[in-house]
Design a binder for this molecule. Sequence first.
Ligand code: NDP
Length: 246
Amino acid sequence: MFSFSPQANCLSGKTILVTGAGDGIGKSAALAFAKLGAEIILLGKTTEKLESVYDKIVSLGYPEPAIVPLDMQGATKLHYQGMAETIEHNFGKLDGILHNASQLGTIMPFEQWPQDMLEKVMQVNVNAAFVMTQCLIPLLKKSDNASVIFTSSSVGRKAKAFWGAYAISKFATEGLMQLLADEFDNTKIRFNCINPGATATKMRATAYPAENANTIAQPDEIMPAYLYLMSDESLTVNGQSLDAQV
Ligand code: NDP
């Protein structure tokens, strides 16, 4: 596992947006960032899941989060511009984004992949992250040190048969991260990727239905890499693709 021991309250004063914050890895990350003092903006598709994470954060006495229910499938630039205005009004700046929400699609032979599924997976995993980041750059520029984390996958580094658009979308995610890291090099905004590795979530269970979830990492166990990249300990790290399980 990636090794990092954060200082207590090391994210205090930071405002961090987490997409797909209602479940799986995003939920664990939202709680882990909040525990270290960050104000979290919880973005996700299912309002009830976001409310449940909100309640947990508040009940633990961490800084009160904000909720942005949004389906990234249908969201347009106008939605992200509106979100940026609301964040600016409420927080004045943005110190971090964890791009975590993704669609898996269906694992099946290339010859059967339906075009509409290709478009849906690319829309959530790549296009939405692209446009959202574009709309939030002005707020990231207002941070003393901003960290943007994209979520990659092992099939986004070495493609595997049957993983279809999901694999392609993760290659594109690595590319988007590299492009931004280069374009914003020597600025106060850094861009990196994390490959979570096999982690027990709904998505993993969909991809590997026969697997015993107790034999792989739990979302809370892979948090050190996320905390490292979000904290100021990684200020000089830009354009890297880390493995949460090394
Ligand atoms: P989950 O399916 O458990 O969680 C995905 C989250 O994304 C959910 O909260 C979901 O919301 C949200 N989401 C999905 N589609 C949309 C959408 N259209 N709009 C807004 N939110 C959306 O997945 P994981 O936690 O496993 O995955 C997190 C990230 O890690 C993904 O990027 C995935 O590709 C990556 N990853 C995961 C691995 C693993 O083994 N788990 C391995 C490698 C990479 P809702 O619940 O409301 O639908």
